[in-house]
Design a protein around this ligand. Structure first.
Ligand code: NDP
Length: 330
């Protein structure tokens, strides 16, 4: 039985995708074949769909860095046909064919069982971006962040995928959340997710006025990087931590050592791609327990495989609000 897929091909250095029908024999090697139900749109998917950053080295390629679906066939005793599973990371959608197709074949080690209490759609509404937000919260908590302090927790790129989940999670956990966004139209949305205050993106986008400024933040989840990260580092409270997750605003970091030396600030890099099984299970369990489903649903849009080229352009331009699930059967 053939299935629909978004296939990327490269010609004369240009990458373009089209909707095709594939046979199962075309799938890469792996122990588990999954009938994919949902994948999602992440910033990295946008880069891959547009051939930016040379994340994909071999074409033709099926992108989609995460997916949820049902096991169809398995050579691994941990999974049986009919089991519901989720996959994020492991460079699936980059070095291995990913979730923008009706079927995927992957290594059993890369999968986790669909967390109890979630549908495939909601698991993907969380997806790579949501898992990353949760990993950032866990890392900040390990470094002493706790609700009830005097300063708010800052989330940058707040109206995006990672940012939206981070805002909803932190608010639910009892933190006072300050959300930085470049979109005036998203202020109401962010308040609905639980943000107590909104900052204009421009406020942090300039290089910091001085290496150390007034202490403003109890912690930070930063999806933007670049001058925004340099700026907020100068405003961190004493001994506080920043979870750096992204680079939507640039990958260069021009700062000084002063926040680290004189304020004991910690810069925690978050990588969701190569996380071991135990970390993933912990993060998924915490997401099920802590992320309000009504807020998750409010931040989720839905699209089909045919919408991917337009969505790639939109997410790289910072025009996609919240999370977008891709129903691959549509
Ligand atoms: P989104 O595009 O959904 O969110 C990014 C947000 O950043 C935008 O919504 C926008 O928020 C803001 N933004 C966009 N462009 C700029 C700019 N030029 N300057 C300042 N702010 C900008 O992407 P995701 O949430 O999927 O990913 C966010 C980042 O996190 C990406 O860099 C991605 O690669 C990274 N990431 C990292 C992971 C990891 O494991 N470390 C995993 C997942 C993602 P607003 O409109 O509110 O200002």
């Amino acid at each position: 039985m053939s299935f629909a897929a978004h296939l990327l091909e490269e010609s004369e250095g240009k990458v373009a995708g089209r909707l095709v029908e594939l046979e199962e024999s075309a799938l890469p090697a792996g122990e588990v074949t999954v009938a994919v139900e949902y994948s999602t749109l992440n910033y990295k998917d946008g880069m891959i769909l547009q051939g930016i950053g040379r994340l994909v080295r071999r074409y033709p390629h099926v992108p989609g860095v995460d997916f949820a679906g049902t096991v169809e066939a398995s050579e691994d005793p941990r999974y049986r046909p009919g089991d519901k599973v989720v996959l994020t990371g492991w460079r699936v959608g980059e070095t291995h064919w990913g979730g923008y197709a009706g079927k995927a074949r992957v290594r059993a080690d890369w999968l986790v069982p669909l967390p109890e209490g979630l549908t495939a759609r909601r698991a993907m509404a969380i997806g790579t971006a949501g898992l990353t937000a949760m990993l950032a919260v866990l890392e900040l908590e390990r470094h002493g962040l706790a609700p009830g302090g005097d300063l708010p927790v800052l989330v940058t790129g707040a109206a995006g995928g990672v940012g939206s989940v981070a805002v909803a999670l932190l608010a639910r956990l009892g933190y006072r959340v300050a959300a930085s966004t470049g979109r005036a139209a998203s202020h109401g949305y962010l308040k609905q997710l639980g943000a107590a205050e909104i900052l204009e993106r421009a406020e942090l986008a300039e290089p910091p006025a001085r290496p150390l400024d007034s202490e403003r933040w109890a912690g930070c989840i930063d999806a933007v990087g670049g001058t925004t990260l340099a700026h907020l580092l100068s405003q961190m409270g004493y001994g506080r931590a920043v979870a750096a997750v992204g680079l939507a605003g640039g990958n260069r970091l021009d700062t000084t050592v002063l926040p680290f030396l004189l304020r004991g600030v910690r810069l925690l890099g978050i990588d969701s791609v190569m996380r071991p099984y135990a970390d993933r299970i912990e993060a998924w369990n915490r997401l099920v327990a802590d992320l309000p489903l009504d807020k998750l649903d409010a931040m989720t849009g839905e699209a089909g495989l045919a919408d991917l080229p337009a969505l790639a352009e939109a997410i790289l331009a910072g025009r996609v609000q919240g999370r977008t699930v891709i129903d691959v059967r549509r």
